[in-house]
Design a protein around this ligand. Structure first.
Ligand code: 13P
Length: 383
């Protein structure tokens, strides 16, 4: 009996002890959860405010973050040598365009550009802020060939990223960009390429949010090749699925980020080119299947489309109903091609180049409301 009693007592004490231990652990966990929620809410607010500002109605992003190699190609196309001063002059034309802030919400800069100034000594960051434009920064170090996977690329730049983000934030950046590249070809993309790039994008996005920068997550499925629009749909779908899985694993706050996807298109060399309406329908259908509604906006890249095609596609998408996110632009070539063509490296053409930029930004702003029409181009030609 005594033994039984003491066994019962022991069991009871053990149960009490377990309950106490359980409550302690539970209470600690509760405290941790509410602390996490508080800090997350605080951060989410600022990040979400900036993300929403970047996709404000009628506005979109200018991608002016061409790396040294890419800007050299662009300047070469108008026979201008890529010196630091020429690059600076060209970017000054874009950033000082009068009224750009009416249609442009943010500009993505390159490491060199975020440190540059106008001829009259104002920093580019300051100039953009004066226009009501949010400065951003490209932080990846480029897409490099993957070992053992011919034709595929992985984007580098995670080492030392935390420190670089801190510096960019101090220099005035409020958002960042990282571009992953997925190529369609014979037997590619591989699952390894898609998942490795998705993982890098998610690690980048988590670090950005830690540093109080809105991450723009850009997984670009290239339009290069002879693939059909259906194949582009399939690969874009697989890629985005992997990206959102990785973002979730890395606890990225969806409200505080933006997605920069490709539009779903026929490959450049595909004999059967999809119509504007087919592109709009396929792109939105694909996005609806995989992009959570918590993401404030999608800012499409132009990816080698002509400036008019990119505007037409954006316009057609914005005419569709039931869109859970803002559909906007973050164009590089589709905003800059006419500017380069007008400028030609000659200071006598600056006003014309700025007019070309203003006009393209205005057309894309109209496309954000689904109100762009072709005669807007004719109006410009007549002016
Ligand atoms: P394009 O619009 O020229 O594709 O450039 C957008 C961009 O930022 C690519 O990373």
């Amino acid at each position: 009996m005594g033994t039984l009693c003491s066994f019962a007592e022991t069991a009871d004490a053990a149960a009490t002890g377990f309950r106490l231990h359980f409550y302690k652990v539970f209470a600690r966990k509760e405290a941790r959860i509410s602390f996490n929620e508080k800090t997350t809410n605080m951060k989410t607010e600022t990040l979400e405010t900036i993300a929403r500002k970047l996709v404000a109605p009628g506005k979109g992003i200018l991608a002016a973050d061409e790396s040294s190699g890419t800007i050299e190609k662009r300047l070469k196309s108008i026979n201008v040598p890529s010196t630091e001063e020429n690059r600076r002059m060209y970017r000054e034309i874009l950033f000082t365009t009068n009224g750009a802030g009416e249609f442009i919400s943010g500009v993505i800069l390159f490491d060199e550009t975020i440190r540059q100034k106008t001829r009259d000594g104002r920093s580019f960051v300051e100039v953009l802020e004066q226009q009501g434009i949010v400065p951003g920064i490209k932080v990846d170090k480029g897409a490099k060939a993957m070992a053992n996977l011919p034709g595929e690329k992985i984007t580098e730049g995670l080492d030392g990223l935390r420190e670089r983000l801190t510096e960019y934030r101090k220099l005035g950046a409020r958002f960042a960009k990282w571009r992953a590249v997925i190529t369609i070809g014979d037997g590619i993309p591989t699952r390894t390429c898609i998942d490795s790039n998705a993982e890098a994008l998610a690690r980048y996005a988590a670090l950005c949010q830690e540093a109080d920068l809105v991450p723009i997550v850009e997984p670009e499925v290239l339009m290069d090749g002879a693939h059909t629009i259906d194949r582009h749909f399939e690969v874009t779908h697989q890629t985005l699925e992997s990206v959102f899985h990785a973002l979730s694993e890395h606890r990225v706050v969806l409200e505080g980020m933006l997605l920069k996807p490709n539009m779903v298109l026929s490959g450049k060399d595909c004999p059967q080119q999809a119509s504007v309406q087919e592109v709009a329908d396929a792109t939105v259908r694909c996005m609806k299947r995989v992009v959570p509604a918590a993401v404030p906006g999608l800012v499409f890249l132009s990816g080698g489309q002509t400036d008019l095609q990119a505007t037409e596609h954006l316009n057609a998408m914005n005419r569709l109903s039931g869109l859970p996110w803002e559909l906007s632009f973050s164009f590089g070539r589709a905003l800059q091609a006419p500017v380069l063509k007008a400028w030609k490296g000659d200071s006598a053409n600056v006003a014309e180049a700025q007019q070309a930029f203003h006009h393209r930004a205005w057309c894309n702003s109209k496309a954000r409301f689904g109100k762009y029409t072709e005669d807007m181009e004719i109006a410009k030609a007549a002016a």
